[in-house]
Design a protein around this ligand. Structure first.
Ligand code: GCW
Length: 666
């Protein structure tokens, strides 16, 4: 049977090495779970049983008591060193003991043990221990009640609202398993451009049904909120957060939600952004709005994630600065249950952005990092782009808030300011396509997000390797070839689309393909020429003191590094500087020559990607291999489209010949 990708990385196909299977079988003769085990422990035992049977080719019995030695024992025991969700897997009294302070910790430990076997590591003497660095690790679905997914490229929504709550698609459980296996512990079910419908009694029953499926897997459900719900659902004349009627409406609504979903996680709010209503409609601040919801949550164990993605039209403002200008002054005003959710980066999920200047500048507010897994600006589900390096780059960026080493990761995990709560969110790339993500390699982005949310010290490469071994092949020659391909893919994409810090020059309506010539739009800051500023002198957006001065939002060491053309890393150069075409870069080339060279080498590199992929053909499932091969063909064609469109357009402004050796655009 062809591999349709449905099983994701939870494939559990038999280990090829018979010797390894034999050793593993000696250590997994039984799975002992406490009697009266919770649904979570039962899920852990079931997963181990299914997984090991597949991997080792022999059924493993599940029972109440350890039957001597050579089995797996699941144990819940207090262990302050592990926190609420951490686990330990160790050999004890001749058994492999998976222990944690909570049931869900044991579940995470069980998945860790399976991953250990799946990636071909020996079971004898196994010793694993880990706990998450970030507390709320969430997927944000931009799914609408009508089944569409905003910026979704993998089919319609996986939530079949009209069939719920009666019909429970088995996919919901597989979704929960996949998330639990990488430590994701929350799902925001609906689009941040939220329909008020989700808050109706009718939909809350459906939400509750989904929550019931996810609960055993340690996943809580959350909802995005339509700010004007008290008006459109409650019939109130206002949605002013300071109006007592509005407050009462939300309190009652929240109580209703918790009746249906006792472990409901809380809310995400997009307010006063891109036309959405919000507290500013009533002269109130984001803090007024967020705090009202937090108060209405009362004693319930829920949080409010208030998005900082705001910007307004205006020819003189720099959109780069607007979230900062609106939110930074509110630091210290938010309720303890509120986190402010900040995108990577200051503009909008571009293929490479400098880190958002809010990180490190709101010390009294926990900040959620929001990354986009669905490839809105990175080639949809057609271009192969592994996002591990992108997410890592952001997390490792140094804000210098408290001196060197004050990374975005340390802001986000709360350690820099000793916050009580911390969170990270990935905008999901999941849809109803049989393989979940459209592009088979999109699965790696879901996987990498979960793994980094749990432990951002893992390298993007190590994660790519795990995923490859679990999902594509265990062939020792093929694995490094694929890992190299994944690891390079994002920088290649940047090269043939937006090298040297260019940004927001994509096709305007779909956000697909190049449109650097776009000069007119309903919004002055929504054109490509606004962002690249190409003119007879040069290229790039001057964000130094001579320009928009967005650079001043960062701490001085960052300002210093990025503040001059000579010291600014080439990857960010055109984000911050208007660089003369003939300016000599550290590569020895002029800007014009470097720019065009990058477009050409970037597009050429897609051929390299094709070759790498062709090489591993014997080691990968034929259907899956053919699928990726076909998508790479599109990618190759479109890399040339990007290259030619951008080079030819910028040439009309730069009026310079291509550097010697580059063939003319096709
Ligand atoms: O990137 C933009 C998208 C919008 C999205 C918005 C946001 C959900 O083009 O589709 O809306 O960001 O993040 O709010």
């Amino acid at each position: 049977l062809a591999d349709d990708g449905y099983r994701l990385w939870l494939k559990y196909d038999q280990l090829p090495d018979a010797g390894q299977r034999k050793v593993a079988l000696r250590n997994t003769r039984f799975i002992a779970v406490p009697t009266n085990a919770s649904a979570t422990l039962q899920a852990a035992a079931r997963e181990l049983q299914t997984g090991l049977q597949g991997l080792l080719g022999q059924a493993v019995p599940v029972g109440g008591e350890a039957r001597g030695k050579g089995g797996i024992v699941l144990a819940v025991a207090p262990d302050p060193a592990l926190g609420r969700e951490g686990y330990r897997v160790a050999v004890q009294d001749g058994n492999i003991r998976i222990s944690a302070a909570t049931d869900v910790g044991v579940l995470y430990g069980s998945f860790a043990l399976l991953r250990h076997v799946q990636t071909g590591q020996p079971l004898a003497g196994v010793s694993l221990s880990s706990q998450p660095k970030i507390q709320y690790r969430l997927l944000n679905h931009w799914d609408n009640p009508n089944g569409t997914v905003e910026r979704g490229y993998a089919g319609s929504s996986i939530w079949k609202w009209q069939e719920l709550p009666e019909v429970l698609d088995p996919r919901y459980q597989d979704y929960a398993r996949a998330n639990a296996s990488i430590g994701i512990n929350g799902a925001v079910l609906n689009n941040v451009n939220a329909s008020p419908r989700l808050l109706t009694a009718e939909y809350l029953r459906k939400v509750a049904a989904l929550a019931n499926v996810m609960r055993p897997y340690g996943i809580r459900v959350y909802l995005s909120v339509f700010w004007a719900a008290p008006k459109v659902l409650g019939g109130l004349p206002t949605a002013d957060p300071l109006d007592p009627q509005v407050q009462r409406w939300w309190t009652a609504k929240i109580n209703e939600i918790y009746q249906a979903v006792p472990d409901f996680g809380g809310f995400v709010v997009k307010a006063n952004s891109e036309g959405e209503p919000g507290p500013q409609d009533y002269g109130r601040t984001h803090a007024d709005g967020a705090n009202m919801l937090a108060e209405a949550l009362g004693q319930h164990d829920g949080i409010v994630m208030w998005r900082a993605f705001v910007y307004k039209a205006g020819p003189n403002g720099d959109r780069f600065k607007q979230a900062y200008e609106e939110f930074q002054p509110l630091d210290g005003q938010f309720d303890p249950k509120v986190l402010v959710q900040v995108k990577n980066g200051p503009i909008d999920f571009q293929s490479r952005e400098p880190f958002h200047p809010l990180f490190g500048k709101m010390p009294r507010t926990p900040l959620v990092l929001e990354v986009q897994l669905t490839q809105e600006y990175l080639g949809f589900a057609t271009h192969l782009v592994y996002l591990g390096p992108l997410i890592k780059e952001c997390l490792e960026a140094d804000t210098y808030a408290k001196g060197p080493g004050s990374t975005v990761a340390k802001v986000v995990d709360g350690s820099l300011e000793q916050h009580r709560i911390s969170g990270i969110a990935g905008v999901a790339n999941i849809g109803s396509d049989r393989n979940w993500t459209g592009h088979p390699v999109g699965q790696a982005n879901w996987y990498a997000f979960g793994r980094l949310a749990w432990d951002y010290t893992l390298t993007a490469k190590a994660i790519a390797q795990e995923w490859t071994q679990m999902t594509l092949t265990r062939d020792p020659a093929a694995v490094p070839t694929i890992v190299q391909l994944l690891d390079q893919s994002r920088s290649i994409y940047v090269r043939y689309t937006t090298p040297l810090g260019l940004h927001h020059i994509m096709g305007q309506t779909l956000h697909y393909g190049p449109e650097p010539w776009l000069a007119k739009s309903a919004r002055p800051d929504w054109t490509a020429v606004y962002y690249h500023r190409a003119d007879a002198e040069g290229l790039g957006f001057d964000r130094t003191a001579q320009g928009s001065n967005a650079l001043s939002l960062y701490y001085p060491p960052v300002q210093q590094q990025w503040g001059t053309m000579a010291t600014c890393p080439l990857n960010y150069l055109l984000w911050f500087h208007h660089v003369p075409w003939d300016y000599k870069l550290s590569t020895g080339r002029t800007l014009w020559n470097e720019l065009t060279t990058r477009y050409y080498t970037g597009a050429d590199s897609v051929q390299w990607m094709q070759k790498q992929w062709a090489q591993v053909q014997p080691a990968v499932d034929p259907a899956l291999h053919a699928d990726v091969t076909a998508r790479l063909r599109v990618q190759q064609r479109e890399a040339l489209w990007w290259r030619d469109a951008c080079v030819l357009y910028f040439q009309t402004v730069a009026r310079r010949p291509l550097p010697p050796g580059l063939p003319p655009p096709t």
